[in-house]
Design a protein around this ligand. Structure first.
Ligand SMILES: *Cc1c(COP(=O)(O)O)cnc(C)c1O
Length: 395
């Protein structure tokens, strides 16, 4: 039976490779950090979501170990059958406090949070109005829901208004947006979205995966940036990026919404609880975020410095209010060559090109971290200048 299918898969894989779209994994032989070891060689990492540099933080490692000693290795169960630990409730309370929301529900990942948020809340008489560049997990979550679907061009408020008008007869309307869009690093215009939501009587959901810990003076995300803390009905996010980078996701927001998710959200009802060690580290992480603003301040200073220097050197960088800097090259093969040459220089960055970004919009995406020291940033900028001149991207 397998022979035909094997042949089919081999051909498909060969085609993916021929199209230049085959994904190879780089193997890291060290903890995640500013400096990592790849193939025995030290290099600087500029393509992780480790925005606050917490992925190898000693306090979080210690908290995870203590959590495991105190509450064991795993939960071996879903919560509604076998219960959860005091630790899980404590982490949920910490997340609500951090975002200024009423209640929180944990998931194994934000992919699950987004997968399980729409279907329990909305039906065929309702509307989901979604930004065209929203994350894959939002798109999948929307597919599982029977609500009518409307899509607006990325951060395009005229289009959002047109879609709200098209959806005006629906019972409930939910506008859905990423907080930060990961390819350009642009922040969603939540102030304008909020105005339109008021005007058309719609609710809002923001996925803060790339913005929590990053955007806003204290890293509380886009609701802090736009002074809308507590005003947004639904926020989803991950513990797998700025917040330590291990695993875990959450939905936080209005009390009744979270309560309904506990009754009906399928990834919550049918998937395991987060492991105690990760939960304990998550609790410590949110404590650290309130004790000092050092990491957030350093991340903001690093990002500002990096983009300012890159623009001064002649690079075409997308404006960014996040820790993502898109260095535009516009040419797919060039972006691949550029990234490969950067790796020769000991700098780990990734080239993005169609279909991940639109045709003719190829780029190198640089991700800045609080773990980067000035010497790291300078080394990266110098490598960009060297390769940029070599490949005639800059003079
Ligand atoms: C990374 C990301 C996710 C998925 O988060 P996981 O916790 O890794 O599943 C969801 N939404 C957005 C916007 C993301 O960037």
């Amino acid at each position: 039976m397998y022979n035909n299918f094997q042949e089919y898969l081999k051909q498909e894989l060969a085609q993916i490779e021929a199209d230049g779209l085959y994904k190879n994994e780089r193997i890291i032989e060290s903890p995640q950090g500013a400096e990592i070891i790849v193939k025995g060689k030290k290099c600087l990492n500029f393509c992780a979501n480790n925005y606050l540099g917490l992925a190898d933080n000693p306090q979080l490692i210690e908290a995870a170990k203590k959590g495991m000693d105190a509450r064991g290795f795993g939960m071996s169960s879903v919560r509604f059958i076998c219960g959860c630990q005091d630790l899980h409730k404590e982490l949920e309370a910490k997340i609500s406090e951090f975002f200024g929301t009423e209640d929180t529900i944990l998931y194994a990942a934000c992919f699950d949070a987004n997968g399980g948020v729409f279907e329990p809340l909305l039906g065929p008489e309702d509307a989901i109005i979604s930004d065209a560049l929203n994350h894959a997990s939002i798109i999948d979550g929307v597919r599982l829901c029977k609500a009518q679907r409307f899509r607006y061009a990325n951060a395009d408020m005229a289009d959002l208004e047109a879609q709200l008008q098209a959806a005006k007869d629906c019972r409930f309307k939910l506008i859905v947006t990423d907080g930060v869009f990961s390819m350009d690093g642009n922040v969603c215009p939540l102030d304008k979205i909020y105005e339109l939501a008021q005007k058309y009587n719609a609710m809002i959901m923001v996925d803060e995966s790339h913005s929590a810990g990053v955007v806003g003076v204290t890293g509380r995300g886009v609701t802090e940036r736009f002074n809308l803390k507590g005003e947004i009905e639904i926020i989803t996010g991950t513990l797998g990026k700025a917040f330590g980078g291990a695993m875990g996701g959450f939905t936080t927001g209005k009390k009744e919404i979270i309560d309904m998710l506990r009754q009906r959200s399928r990834p919550y009802l049918f998937s395991n609880s987060m492991a105690p060690g990760l939960v304990a580290a998550g609790i410590r992480m949110f404590e650290m975020m309130s004790e000092t603003n050092e990491l957030q301040d350093k991340l903001h200073a690093n990002t500002e410095y990096f983009i300012r220097e890159m623009v001064a050197k002649g690079f075409d960088c997308k404006p960014s209010e996040s820790a993502i800097c898109a260095v535009m090259l516009y040419d797919a093969p060039l972006s691949q060559k550029f990234a490969a040459r950067m790796q020769d220089e000991g700098i780990f960055v990734t080239g993005f090109y169609y279909p991940v970004v639109p045709k003719g919009q190829a780029r190198i995406r640089v991700q800045i971290s609080a773990a980067h020291e000035k010497e790291h940033l300078d080394k990266c900028i110098n490598a960009f200048v060297k390769i940029g001149q070599e490949l005639e991207v800059i003079k």
